[in-house]
Design a protein around this ligand. Sequence first.
Ligand code: CP
Ligand code: NVA
Length: 308
Amino acid sequence: MRHFLDIHRTDPGDLRAILENANAMKTARAGRPKGTPDDDLPLAGRMVALIFEKPSTRTRVSFDMGVRQMGGGTMVLSGAEMQLGHGETIADTARVLSRYVDLIMIRTFGEDILHEMAEHASVPVINGLTDNSHPCQIMADVMTFEEHRGPIAGKRVAWMGDGNNVAQSFLHAAVSFGFDFTFSGPVQLDPPEALVKAAREAGCDVRIERDPERAVSDADLVVTDTWVSMGDAESSRQRRHNLLRPFQVNERLMRAAPDDALVMHCLPAHRGEEITDAVLDGPRSVVFDEAENRLHAQKAVVRWCLGV
Ligand code: CP
Ligand code: NVA
């Protein structure tokens, strides 16, 4: 059975095949009304459960639409409204849902929850974000970069700000897709040392650069994300803002980047905090292509999981 739990747990050849399929499906339905089915219906007769223990707009709607376009059915479940949120174990939830549905996507807190779900489910499980990873996002990001600039291998991604879940999945992707990575943020919010070490040992040039302008100076892609993630304590907000303010992606910072450097943000953006309107809405930003590609990339992930 194929779970899609993380970038580094998926064979790089399979990641590539997933992106090729995503591109093919995107091209095949270009210009078509969004609610119409694809020509092929590989998910006909299949049901997918989408479980959210945290809020979501993109993940929720893109998975739901994607599965429907491929002929499948979906049910969106909020963790709080399930017995899961009232003491039923993850393991029992996994066993029960596996009797009803063909695939489970879960957005949750700790990685341990995701892994427990996968261990006890007898259907594929997809990671829709945890406190430590967001692999579906990164698949869309790599797809988007390559649409605009060609192969990402050998390029450099500069991450500005918090070494959070999305940053950590980018580090995994640097190994799988062969790009280099610069992290620029406060030392208190570095990505885990073990992850940096593993990426370096796998041959990635990973730089930790405290000076934001130097960090973007040779970047092909500049990426940022919220300063306070859904898994972070609300009480840490002020401290995080104070630490992260110097790493805001604004026009001044982007003047230090190469002219053709792209800008990404997984969204939702906090305009005026981690990124300014001028950059987010500016010519180098590809954030809405990135959001669209969640749909295409995840359709291919679902097909890969189900082998259809
Ligand atoms: N980027 C992303 O995962 O967005 P949502 O939180 O809206 O799903
Ligand atoms: N780092 C953010 C990503 C949101 C899609 C969070 O976890 O809240």
